[in-house]
Design a binder for this molecule. Structure first.
Ligand SMILES: [Zn+2]
Length: 207
């Protein structure tokens, strides 16, 4: 179930069907598959359970990617943030409807999770993305202190349908002087003074 919602929603594959031992609800088809795998043995049972849980949350991210695309909100990308087996944030790409080039699915899901949890620290969370995060989203995931990323489509898949993630990763791998976007430093004491004030701020909240 989602945080802030008390009832089930059948459109969410994660929250319809039965509940497994970890408290995460799984679809009955997945459950049958899991029961078959339970007979195999030790490590494989644990791996199979993790895979099944991951798959269920990833399918929700993929569902969001399709809904966002079909509604015209943005590109075909969706993401879900999960903590302790519960969805705490969801997002789809909203670049087009918001006129916001940063409104990627992962950023939207992180913002949603921050709002719902009233916390900027998403330690202990997993993010499920329908596609491999771009450099901006990857950095956002690090800033959010998310523990783990699970994704479906690759950067190469995204490049095939016209998205620039691969090129941006290449750009970031180059020395600063060789990148397409020129980056210049003007070291001003006024800027440094604000940093010094932050370092001395008594009610500072570190993040
Ligand atoms: Zn992104």
């Amino acid at each position: 179930m989602r945080v802030g919602e008390g009832s089930d929603d059948d459109s969410n594959p994660v929250i319809s069907g039965c509940i497994d031992h970890s408290g995460v609800r799984l679809r009955s088809k997945d459950r049958q598959k899991r029961e078959k795998l339970d007979t195999i043995g030790g490590m494989e049972i644990a791996d199979a359970k993790h895979l099944e849980v991951d798959r269920a949350f990833l399918l929700r991210a993929i569902e969001l990617s399709r809904l966002g695309m079909e509604s015209g909100e943005g590109g075909p990308f969706g993401a879900v943030v999960v903590r302790d087996g519960v969805v705490v944030g969801e997002g789809n790409n909203r670049v087009l409807c918001r006129c916001d080039p940063t409104a990627h699915a992962e950023v939207e899901a992180i913002r949603d999770a921050g709002r719902r949890l009233a916390d900027f620290d998403l330690s202990g969370c997993v993010i499920y993305a329908s596609s491999e995060p771009c450099p901006m989203c990857l950095a956002a995931i690090y800033w959010a202190r998310i523990d783990r990323i699970v994704y479906a489509n690759s950067i190469a898949d995204a490049a095939e349908i016209g998205f620039d993630d691969a090129e941006f990763y290449q750009q970031l791998g180059k020395p600063m002087s060789a990148r397409r976007v020129k980056q210049e430093r003007i070291a001003l004491p006024e800027a440094r003074a604000v940093f010094d004030a932050w370092a001395k701020k008594v009610d500072r909240v570190d993040y």
